[in-house]
Design a binder for this molecule. Sequence first.
Ligand SMILES: Cc1cc2nc3c(=O)[nH]c(=O)nc-3n(C[C@H](O)[C@H](O)[C@H](O)COP(=O)(O)O)c2cc1C
Length: 363
Amino acid sequence: MLKRSRDPHLFRPFTARSVTARNHIMLSPMCQYCGEDGLPNEWHYIHLASRAIGGAGIVCTEVVHTLPEGRISPGCLGIWSDDHRDALARLAETIRSHGAVPGMQIGHAGRKAAVSRPWEGSLPIQNGPDAWPTVSASAIPFSGGWRTPGALDQSGIDMIVESFRDGSRRAREAGFKLLEIHGAHGYLINQFYNPISNMRDDDYGGDFNNRCRFLFEVIEAVRSEWPDELPLFLRISATDWLQGGWGIDDSIRLAQILKERGQVDLIDCSSGGTSPDQQVPIHPGYQVPLAKSVKDGAGMMTGAVGLIYTPEHAESILANGDADLIIMGRALLADPYWPLKAAKTLKAGNVDWPVQYERGNIF
Ligand SMILES: Cc1cc2nc3c(=O)[nH]c(=O)nc-3n(C[C@H](O)[C@H](O)[C@H](O)COP(=O)(O)O)c2cc1C
């Protein structure tokens, strides 16, 4: 019996600027915490190559930090030197050669830097060479037991903005075709734009525009090195899940400004990370309504992420117009071949398995 071939949204090509991915599935950035001095190693090549071989359209690196002291953990990756660029170039080429668009997320952890690896407790490191000084918008620790960050002065802000400029140049030189700025999860950019961790009374604090100024400067710097023909994504925490925190209306307002400016192509709608007091209503697709609100409210492309793990659910998000891209984390950690299997489930007619794996295409 002939299998019916459909044209599911999930397996239609996804295009942003001059870049076209083979489908609408992006590997979400996920730290592996096992680099050394910010450099990737065999683990990173195998991990990302497997997700490209498994059929994801866009394979994004974990967050790659623009400065050593901006790393979340001592095992996190960086792009603060040309040696880092050259090691990352091999990653980009590996991803590309297996049919996926190589993406990179860049960021700075601010007051949430210098934390031990998850298998060591994910705790702020208090002593020794890995307890490097942390910085933020204001000198407010993330929580009890965390070190107090230094409040950045103008020269500190300028230096970090420049590091994003240099990082973007190196990402381009390394051959990445998509860049995502990490502006979510309570890391440095998020520490500036949310009203909980930013108590400044200068041009970078107070009202909405001042709190977003650091983000705008980063975007400006990134775009000065990131070519017009290549897409730029921005991951935000679309809500802090806190009373008095940043909320979805703020995200829509931000997206409207970004739409007007035309530098960012897609808002990757994540959430939370500002405070341990957050109340997150976790359930499958719990962040999809955020992506839909930003998409509808600003007319921007959005990515939906967070507990999306069945092909039918992913397909329905796109078919309903709730988001423009499906960004998947843990489901792709658990199964690099999720896209190939999803194509079978959804009866997508246009998905080729790697020839080496053809004989596995029987289940
Ligand atoms: C091991 C691990 C590492 C992560 N590292 C990052 C990261 O580097 N950057 C980021 O923006 N989000 C990071 N996240 C969050 C994921 O990208 C994703 O947003 C989250 O896991 C929710 O999606 P999921 O339910 O599909 O996993 C990480 C998540 C996990 C599980």
